[in-house]
Write a protein that binds this ligand. Structure first.
Ligand code: ATP
Length: 293
């Protein structure tokens, strides 16, 4: 549904994107993660048509999004990082505007808006001006504007930043439902546990490129987990061992004559993945490269 190839974006001598590739299939949620400044928002802005790349290609559905931008953007729902809503208009009016742009009219439009309001638990706030809503409510309205009209591609840039648990779970449930209905979703976040909840595949961005891409299992299974053992010996009450083969390491330990009081096996998670990729790239720069203009 979305395919970006070899995107380059320079800001003066700085490369915000430096050969950025990402493909997203219908029904797939891609968690786009990476440090501040890795290029995630620049990528979203290019797909949205707000920023033009210096090189590379973007396809949305069957459209070349850099040439047929208007047609391609009809397939796209976006929740930008900085809320972009009309504060003097009500939630419903904001959604009507977006639904109109998506080509919805009349009763079909109103039914779609009611459905999205309900999905994001915004029905009670529907007729209040957006400007008087809480930050968490505004985030949900922003997500609602992306989802109205059920576009087949959703770009959600940190949609849960600063959200309370209720807002977060409403948003995550809505995103999951959209993907189950066939939408392709790009979801940027700094909250890695959300990506476990969403069962997202992962794309890790660093210095303007995607340096790791795959399912959570593919990317984490080669990483060491941890064996945690406690002992009755007060001199060494606990032992933590990194391990890729907990069964063999535990057997070796038991064979050495030490008997633990308790054994816990911690499987590698997304935090471990993130840290391992960071560690593997310590000799590279974390910020985008500056190049000769
Ligand atoms: P964050 O996690 O903080 O949202 P990000 O991964 O979304 O970060 P971008 O916002 O895409 O990162 O920024 C990538 C790089 O491009 C940064 O070094 C940033 O300073 C630079 N950059 C982005 N937009 C501009 C701009 N309009 N002018 C100059 N530099 C920019």
């Amino acid at each position: 549904m979305l395919s970006a190839e070899e995107l380059v974006k320079r800001y003066g001598p700085r490369r915000a994107l430096d050969g950025f590739d990402l493909t997203v299939a219908p029904g797939e949620i891609v968690g786009l993660i990476g440090h501040n400044g890795a290029g995630k928002t620049t990528f979203v802005e290019i797909v949205t048509g707000l920023v033009r790349p210096d090189a590379g290609q973007v396809r949305i559905g069957s459209y070349d999004a850099l040439r047929a931008g208007r047609a391609a953007r009809r397939l796209l729902g976006v929740a930008p990082q900085e809320p972009a809503l009309y504060g003097g208009m009500t939630v419903r009016e904001n959604l009507r505007l977006l639904a109109g742009l998506a080509g919805l009219r009349g009763r079909g439009r109103d039914a779609e808006i009611a459905r999205v309001l309900d999905e994001l638990r915004l029905a009670a706030a529907a007729d209040r001006p957006v400007g008087v809503l809480s930050g968490g409510q505004r985030r949900r309205v922003q997500a609602a504007t992306a989802m109205v009209g059920s576009p087949p591609l959703l770009l959600l840039d940190e949609p849960t930043a600063g959200a309370d648990p209720e807002t977060r779970s409403a948003l995550l449930a809505a995103v999951k439902a959209r993907a189950e209905a066939g939408a392709a979703v790009v979801y940027t976040t700094h909250y890695l546990p959300e990506l476990v909840d969403l069962d997202a595949t992962l794309a890790l961005a660093r210095a303007g490129r995607v340096i790791a891409r795959g399912t959570q299992d593919e990317l984490t299974r080669h990483l060491p987990g941890e064996l945690r053992l406690t002992f009755s010996d007060p001199a060494e009450p606990e032992l933590r061992l990194p391990t890729t083969d907990p069964g063999a390491d535990l057997a070796a330990l038991l064979g050495s004559g030490r008997t633990p009081v308790s054994v816990d096996i911690r499987r590698p998670g997304l935090d471990d993945l993130y840290h391992s990729l960071e560690a593997a790239a310590t000799d590279e720069r974390t910020e985008p490269r500056d190049v000769a203009a």
